[in-house]
Write a protein that binds this ligand. Structure first.
Ligand code: ATP
Ligand code: MG
Length: 317
């Protein structure tokens, strides 16, 4: 089987969203969905839409939510042959609601669903692969999922692939900062690229101030840190340079998933050997476009659209 350049592992979820803001999840109101989701799945879908070969390691149930996910990933070009269909549990689900202050709340069904039944990674998956992407959401979902990620990191780096890590840790799923740092350590130790938000950079390192936290990650051996700053764009830290790149102005409809689209743009930029500032532009473009559609994966931009917004020459793939 042809190996993919980029491997993403983790939870496959559908997202069911409140139709209106300020509608708490503890009382009846209207929902819309299912939307294909799960941070690693959004990443995979965006990377594939940018024209790269991407495979996903995960699981869905034998139900229509699983079909919803498989259909979308296949349609967008993701290799779904490492996605298991399990008959004993249902496909993973996340319920989400937004509040007027921009905050959001989730109810996750991950570890106890098919999303938690990720098949064992094999060495063969990583032969010829360039990147393995790991998400903090997967590490925090269950012990089994965490161990699968650690194993995938070992196999990927042994095969010469690099590890990218989005520490999108879910406070809803975690038991304190120390525990959180502890579960991230095996991945940070292997990571060439870490893509945190401001608070995640602080949480991950225990260092106050995003700049200091990113410097601490560089000292730990991470080659590149892409600090995501929402509508302010991003700052990229590497040994040789630090670059801040402003965001693209867009009409934000649903910011969930912007971070994962950004991650995919960044990994693709590095894969294509763009400069760090060009890579940051491509990532910002993917993040901005990702926020323009309702549903976490719906804004994942096709290659031409993302390259155009980033003002980059689009070598066809
Ligand atoms: P999430 O975890 O919700 O997917 P995140 O917190 O990881 O997101 P953000 O910083 O919110 O990440 O967004 C990632 C990137 O997307 C930003 O660095 C920026 O490039 C782009 N982006 C996000 N929000 C906006 C916005 N309002 N306008 C323009 N670009 C945005
Ligand atoms: Mg994030």
């Amino acid at each position: 089987m042809a190996t993919s350049e980029i491997i993403s592992v983790g939870e496959l979820l559908v997202e069911i969203m409140r139709k209106r803001v300020d509608s708490p999840l503890h009382s009846p109101d209207d929902f819309v969905g299912p939307f294909p989701s799960g941070a690693p799945a959004i990443f995979a879908d965006q990377a594939a839409r940018l024209g790269h070969s991407v495979a996903f390691l995960g699981a869905v149930g034998e139900d229509d939510f699983g079909k919803c996910l498989l259909d979308r990933l296949k349609q967008d070009g993701v290799d779904t042959s490492y996605i298991a269909r399990v008959s004993t549990v249902a496909t993973g689900v996340a319920f989400v609601t937004y509040f007027a202050d921009g905050s959001r709340r989730f109810i996750f069904h991950i570890g106890n669903s098919a999303a938690g039944q990720i098949p064992e990674p094999t060495a063969g998956m990583f032969v010829g692969a360039k990147w393995l992407h790991i998400c903090g959401s997967t590490l925090s979902a269950s012990e089994q999922m965490r161990q699968t990620c650690y194993e995938a990191c070992e196999l990927a780096t042994a095969a010469g692939a690099r590890v990218s890590f989005d520490p999108n840790l879910r406070p809803e799923l975690l038991g304190g900062e120390e525990a959180l740092r502890h579960i991230c350590t095996p991945v940070v130790d292997k990571a060439a690229l870490v893509l945190p938000s401001f608070t995640e950079a602080e949480l991950l390192t225990g260092v106050v101030g995003a700049e200091a936290a990113c410097s601490a990650l560089l000292e730990r051996g991470v080659e590149v840190i892409a600090l995501k700053r929402g509508s302010a764009g991003c700052t990229v830290f590497a040994e040789a340079e630090t670059v801040s790149v402003p965001a693209y102005e867009v009409k934000v409809v649903d910011p969930t998933g912007a971070g994962d689209c950004f991650d995919a743009g960044f990994v693709v930029g590095l894969t294509e050997r763009l400069s760090l500032s060009e890579t940051a532009r491509l990532a910002n473009a993917c993040g901005a476009l990702g926020a323009t559609a309702q549903g976490p994966m719906e804004g994942a931009a096709p290659r031409a659209k993302a390259f155009k917004l980033a003002n980059l020459a689009d070598g066809d793939r």
